[in-house]
Design a protein around this ligand. Structure first.
Ligand code: NDP
Length: 286
């Protein structure tokens, strides 16, 4: 049996649905639109931006990029974001992070309205995630991991899920999503003692650590399902996950590879979120 959970299949399925919905909206005269806001010229942000534009194109969603100078000041950035919040033709706003050091993200995150906050920067969407309010937008990467489990019909209820990582973009939100699916969730981090003892309990193990190939077979219980969220680029440009896939392959029931795993699904989830945002704001139409 194939043990590798291919994110490309998951992404194609999500994009097919999003394109279908975009078509319906367009027939009603509504053009779903994502606005990317990039401050500065970070190479990784530009690469991500290109991947997003391609994906939105596949889903028949319009994308525009607002590229702002690295030295933009706080009040100007807020002014630019408010314009997008007020624009009726923009349905989703994606602000790339990290922001330059002189920008106070704690203020910025409240500026993007929850209804257009398609990657969960606004604390209102974080609260909705915790409350289980499905009108919110969980972070795309956390949601991408969940979509992989859903696509492959992996039951969450009653499972022991262990998440390594507690960031606001992956670990914490994914823990909430697994809890919503009635898994019993344990969250680990850099101060967790006897990590492998905890991870060996996991029916579903999520690695969102940022440490290349840290998870070896010794960390797994036999037949575990392993979701590797990690994206690590070595000095030669090779991409690896947080799990040593080859080492773990014999022991797992399923595992997401890197590349072609969770990372492939993130932009597809973003497309799904833009459509959802567009439908929420136009709910009187549909
Ligand atoms: P962060 O650096 O924000 O968080 C890493 C987490 O891992 C922290 O909670 C940290 O603990 C924990 N951690 C670090 N080292 C250890 C260790 N030795 N043992 C146990 N826990 C440890 O990273 P992100 O959450 O942003 O990203 C995680 C991974 O996911 C990265 O590889 C990143 O590249 C990838 N990623 C992938 C995306 C995608 O689209 N697929 C998008 C975003 C991220 P502590 O809190 O104690 O510091």
């Amino acid at each position: 049996m194939e043990k590798l959970l291919n994110g490309k299949f998951v992404a194609s399925s999500i994009i097919r649905d999003a394109k279908n919905e975009a078509g319906k909206l367009r027939r009603d005269g509504i053009i779903p639109k994502l606005k990317i806001v990039r401050v500065g010229e970070r190479k990784d942000s530009i690469a991500y931006e290109n991947a997003i534009i391609k994906r939105m194109d596949e889903a028949n969603i319009e994308t525009e990029v607002l590229a702002l100078p690295e030295d933009i000041d706080q009040s100007n950035l807020i002014k630019q974001l408010k314009k997008l919040v007020d624009s009726s033709s923009v349905h989703g706003i994606m602000l790339f992070r990290p922001l330059p050091k002189h920008i106070d993200e704690n203020e910025i995150k409240f500026v993007i309205s929850p209804e257009k906050d398609v990657d969960c920067i606004n604390p209102v969407n974080v609260a909705k995630l915790v409350e289980g309010d499905e009108t919110g937008f969980p972070p795309c990467t956390a949601m991408a991991a969940l979509e992989v489990l859903k696509y492959y019909k992996i039951e969450l209820e009653g499972k022991e899920a262990v998440v390594i990582g507690r960031s606001m973009v992956v670990g914490k939100p994914l823990s909430m999503l697994l809890l919503r699916g009635n898994s019993t969730v344990t969250v680990c981090h850099s101060k967790t003692k006897n990590l492998s003892k905890v991870t060996k309990r996991a029916d579903i193990l999520v690695a969102a650590i940022g440490q290349p190939q840290m998870i070896k077979k010794e960390y797994l219980k036999d037949g575990a399902i392993v979701i590797d969220v990690g994206i690590n680029v070595d000095s030669s440009g090779k991409i690896t996950g947080d799990v040593d896939t080859q080492d773990c392959l014999d022991k797992v029931q399923f595992i997401t590879p890197v590349p072609s795993g969770v990372g492939s699904v993130t932009t597809a989830v973003l497309a799904k979120h833009v459509i959802k945002a567009c439908k929420l704001v136009n709910r009187t139409v549909r």
